[in-house]
Design a protein around this ligand. Sequence first.
Ligand SMILES: NC(=O)c1ccc[n+]([C@@H]2O[C@H](COP(=O)([O-])OP(=O)(O)OC[C@H]3O[C@@H](n4cnc5c(N)ncnc54)[C@H](O)[C@@H]3O)[C@@H](O)[C@H]2O)c1
Length: 121
Amino acid sequence: MARLTGKVALITGAAGGQGTAEAELFLREEAAVVLTDIDSAAGETLAQRLTRQGGQVVFLRQDVADEASWKEVVATALGHFGGLHILVNNAGTIARQGIVDTTVEAWNRTIAVNLTGACSA
Ligand SMILES: NC(=O)c1ccc[n+]([C@@H]2O[C@H](COP(=O)([O-])OP(=O)(O)OC[C@H]3O[C@@H](n4cnc5c(N)ncnc54)[C@H](O)[C@@H]3O)[C@@H](O)[C@H]2O)c1
């Protein structure tokens, strides 16, 4: 028996990398999956592929650093699938410059996405 039958999972930053792998894994375990990402084109393409493969999938554009977006995402998950049981706070970003070249704006954006964004859920 699949381990996530009847569960609904929200995965942020799902349009690429580990988020996509997590989505594929959760779908294999029969969860319904809400995918979010700032990259709408990649997210929509992924959602179409996974839906063609039989998954219960919905994609929403979301910037996790935008607190208001969480309400919309949760409301969509509840409206679409009738529940929300699992959150994978996967979205993240990294500033690859050294400390001397890192601007305050880049620092603040990293904190907003990686820390505040994860806490806004
Ligand atoms: N890959 C690694 O070795 C590694 C190691 C430690 C931690 N992590 C963390 O794991 C997570 C996934 O890593 P990955 O390698 O798949 O990263 P990745 O860069 O390949 O994918 C990150 C995804 O998050 C999305 N994203 C970025 N900012 C966002 C925002 N503000 N709102 C919504 N989506 C946003 C991107 O568009 C992308 O699709 C990240 O949080 C990363 O920091 C990764």
